[in-house]
Design a protein around this ligand. Structure first.
Ligand SMILES: *Cc1c(COP(=O)(O)O)cnc(C)c1O
Length: 481
């Protein structure tokens, strides 16, 4: 028996050449700029080749009888695929999204959006040279850590402070500076994992500190700490449990008891606060510990994040006693963990809002936190009216209503706080809510909501005022699809 090769697919010869397609694209997409030479043409040619190869492969594996496309139809199909790929390639990897989840400090969505003042400060510094490490009085080399220090000292009421890459870095640096080969006492109830793999015991091990666990998971007394002190003990560490809470039969010593014990034995008392509120958020139902309060209770060093409840750029802040901060600043690791000029400028501008007393009015996450359900429900109704006006004039049909719900603080803080909110709820007869949710996520800019009981839910608490129209347009586009 001889094998007779299949005849080639009759549509193969209708596939346009790379050159013809490139000419066609240059003619039909003038907005793509000069595609006739250089790098961009080479890139485009690669995309065209890729699409043509795929199409050829498709024809080769489909039965010869499935034919009938005209050359023009093939050209159009290939063109559409190239345009899709080209547009995907033009998009940056890191892009803005609309956070309609209602989680204010969403770690996966970049935590805190910056205040206008912080954005302007960073833009100005990015736009040219700066005195990052230059003393303008002496005309000599200066130190970068001076830039936020005076403001931090003023706001926290501390002797000294330093800024590093994030809170994890500030914990690592502090333990590394004082505890290498020495012992650190910590309650078993505070040996936590915060998320993203940040485990306190692991960080301690990396710093060379020896962990001395005391108490039980739910109860630790001051006597447990006292009995664990040996000549090798360097520090008493308290860690704020972040997104984890012990409720019921639980006990831990007051901060004042810990600081007094540390003082009696010549030990450092260090508290990792994590979320680090700088103003009292209790009026909004959020009672996170404030750095200033810990410092006045006699804690020698505190650490917290710049992009959690502070509402600034990603950073970690170490604040406390001057002699201890001097040792931290001269640790060689400081060079590896320091921040850049953009972080300093955005953080300084954010801190200035606290010093001026305007933080609650100007910092986006604090504004989002302080929105009442009444304000949110007015905003939602206004937004739905606007949506309905547009919907009436377009071809989309969709069921839309408002419903009560809760927003979350997020960012590993205040896990038990449920902020009452009003949600926009959507569903479409022609597609499932998971499908609609996916379409919203893939629109531009991506809209991130959630699905619950067959509804797509959007929480406007975390949608910034300047994004409301983009949300409306993106939604209409996704519904039309
Ligand atoms: C969030 C958190 C950290 C880590 O902060 P990053 O800024 O994300 O590095 C460390 N400790 C505590 C208690 C936290 O809540």
């Amino acid at each position: 028996m001889t094998l007779v090769p299949d005849p080639p697919h009759p549509d193969l010869h209708k596939i346009p050449s790379v050159e013809r397609l490139l000419q066609h694209l240059a003619h039909h997409h003038p907005a793509w700029g000069d595609m006739t030479s250089g790098e961009s043409r080479a890139q485009l040619r690669d995309l065209v080749r890729q699409v043509l190869d795929q199409f050829r492969q498709k024809l080769l594996t489909s039965p010869v009888s499935e034919t009938g496309l005209s050359s023009q139809e093939i050209t159009h199909y290939v063109e559409r695929e190239v345009v899709k790929l080209f547009e995907q390639h033009q998009l940056p990897s890191l892009r803005p999204v609309i956070n309609a989840t209602g989680v204010i400090l969403h770690t996966n969505l970049g935590r805190a959006p910056l205040a206008t003042e912080a954005i302007q400060a960073a833009t100005q510094i990015a736009n040219g040279y700066s005195n990052l490490e230059y003393n303008l009085e002496s005309g000599k080399r200066g130190k970068r850590h001076v830039h936020c220090e005076a403001l931090l000292n003023q706001i926290l009421g501390c002797e000294s402070a330093v800024v590093v890459n994030n809170c994890a870095a500030s914990v690592l640096l502090t333990l590394d500076t004082f505890c290498q080969g020495g012992e650190v006492i910590i309650s078993r109830g505070e040996l936590i994992e915060i998320g993203g793999g940040f485990r306190i015991p692991d960080v301690m091990r990396k710093s060379g500190a020896l962990l001395r666990e005391v108490g039980t998971t739910n109860r630790t007394r001051i006597s447990d700490y006292e009995q664990a002190i040996t000549p090798q003990t360097r520090m008493i560490l308290r860690v704020h449990p972040s997104n984890f809470r012990l409720i019921g039969f639980a006990q831990s010593p007051e901060l004042e008891e810990l600081t007094a014990l540390a003082k009696r034995h010549g030990l450092i008392c260090f508290e990792d606060l994590g979320s680090g509120a700088l103003v009292d958020l209790a009026p909004y139902g959020v009672s996170e510990p404030m750095a200033g309060v810990s410092l006045s209770a006699g804690v020698d060093l505190v650490t917290f994040s710049g992009d959690k409840l502070l509402g600034g750029p990603q950073a970690g802040i170490i604040a406390g006693k001057n002699d201890l901060l001097d040792q931290i600043r001269s640790n060689p690791l400081m060079r590896a963990l320091r921040v850049d000029k953009l972080t300093y400028s955005a953080l300084e501008a954010t801190l200035r809002l606290y010093a001026d007393g305007t933080a609650l009015q100007k910092i986006p996450i604090l504004k989002a936190l302080s929105l009442t359900q009444k304000q949110l429900s007015q905003r939602v109704r206004r937004w739905i009216r606007k949506f309905n006006r547009i919907q009436r004039n377009s071809s989309v049909s969709c069921e839309i209503r408002w419903m009560d719900g809760v927003s979350l603080v997020g960012g590993g803080s205040a896990p038990q706080v449920h902020l009452p909110t009003t949600l926009v709820a959507l569903r479409q007869a022609t597609c499932s809510s998971t499908e609609l949710d996916t379409r919203l996520r893939q629109s531009s800019p991506p809209i991130i909501g959630r699905v619950e009981n067959d509804w797509v839910l959007l929480d406007l608490r975390t949608v910034l005022p300047h994004q409301e129209n983009a949300l409306l347009e993106g939604l209409i586009r996704a519904l039309k699809h």
